[in-house]
Design a protein around this ligand. Structure first.
Ligand code: CMP
Length: 138
């Protein structure tokens, strides 16, 4: 059964010219792009997107970072797309958790500057897709 996930290429990924690399990996895996755009995230969207981290010590710098430059936001679809993209991304900590061969394992060093975001569950995907792409049809 096909499902959808929200993928973000964060400001560090755009700044470092890794958009093609990440999108290429998504396409080569066999996942499909349903929607994609380059956008500047405002404070409100950042706070809503990261609401579950409100109160954590890194919340302020997380908001500052995600609003610091353009991001690529994409809706990615395919069988088990949520897990499939998380495998492409690698674990949140690029050194301790992300395997070599993953985007974070290959290109990132710090947990804040971990290049990409992917929804972590069907519930998160539903919430995040509504937030980022409210007009997208099912
Ligand atoms: P992401 O998948 O976008 O979801 C939450 C983000 O918070 C995560 O990727 C990291 O970029 C960031 N994050 C998680 N833990 C820390 C931390 N200890 N310090 C700074 N940023 C963090």
């Amino acid at each position: 059964m096909s499902e959808r996930t929200l993928v973000l290429i964060k400001p560090d990924g755009v700044e470092r010219g890794l958009v093609g690399e990440v999108i290429g990996r998504i396409e080569r895996k066999g996942l499909k792009l349903v929607a994609m755009d380059l956008r500047q995230v405002d404070q409100k969207l950042a706070e809503q997107h990261y609401a579950e981290h409100d109160g954590k010590p890194f919340f302020g710098s997380l908001l500052e970072f995600i609003t610091s430059g353009p991001v690529v936001a994409a809706v990615v679809e395919g069988p088990r797309a949520i897990s499939a993209f998380r495998q492409i991304a690698g674990g949140t900590d690029p050194v301790d958790k992300a395997a070599p061969g993953s985007v974070r394992g290959d290109y990132a060093l710090e947990v804040q500057y971990n290049l990409v975001h992917g929804s972590d569950s069907p519930e998160s995907a539903e919430r995040e897709l509504k937030l980022w792409f409210p007009d997208l049809k099912a």
